[in-house]
Design a protein around this ligand. Sequence first.
Ligand SMILES: [Zn+2]
Length: 335
Amino acid sequence: MRIIDAHLHCSGREDSASVLRALDEAGIERGVLLAPFLSPGHALGDAASLRRANAHLARLVRGYEDRLTGFAVVDPRDDHAAQDLRHAVEGLGLRGVKMVPTGWYPFEERARGVYEVASSLSLPVLFHSGIFIDGRSGRFCRPVYCEALRDHPGTRVALAHMGWPWTDEALAVALIDRIHEVPPERAQFRLDISFGPPPPYRREVLARMLEVLGPGALQFGSDCFLPCSGAHLRERRDWVQALMDELGLSAPAREQIWWGTAAAWLGIEAAPAAEPARRGGPLGMEEDGPPCDTPRQAAWESGAPALEAPEPEAPGLGQRLRQGRSGWGWMPRCC
Ligand SMILES: [Zn+2]
């Protein structure tokens, strides 16, 4: 099974060998690494530190481009952010950009220069969306604000965390391309399923996303912070695996979430979205029901819920996680 981890944070303390070792231990073929911006010495509001961060990441991934994809971080509050992004890609060899709206809204004019560079270079863009869990205000991070990216159609945007708690809003943003029958691999928006939603929400949210958008709009991301062990990555992977099992996802749907959606996003290969499998169904669920051609049809035209997720015989994932953990320690650290 091929797996892309589409959301991995660097801290500045990792090296290439330890990152590759952790990926190997977790059975992950490729990692999308984000330049450090939350670790000591690096901060979003400090453009010089972000330039150092991007340079660090470029050194980290150089020579390992078959396993590691480096995403620059820029902050559009800095007047040189667009130039910095262009340099990070054309000069340093990074392949995408992570944007974290904090202190600025994604629809603001001052962000347009960054979007224009990203669009002209056809970059994948990972946008933080949803609440912050470190206490910063999430008011800048509603998914609908990222509609501004539609004015820059060369970008390929992934909204992190499914926008939780604004998951319906994130779904709606991603749905527009589906309504217009844009194939998932060419859609401007997809969602990374890094959590995001606390355990009691996860099954419901993922099921809804699959029901309406299909697996071609969803991609795996651990949201782990490097350096970390392979076991830590594996744990995040197992959370998703358990949810897939609970929801009875078909093999093609799983493959899409583990690999296909992110591969298309990164431009690694022209990976057509997994045709929803009967037994596999249009939504990727192993279920019986009337055949449908697209998630759009299933969700909008059948008039009936297309998903009847099987009731778990054992305690649900949320309950199991709650039993094994206390407090909020299971939550990813940030964005
Ligand atoms: Zn993150």
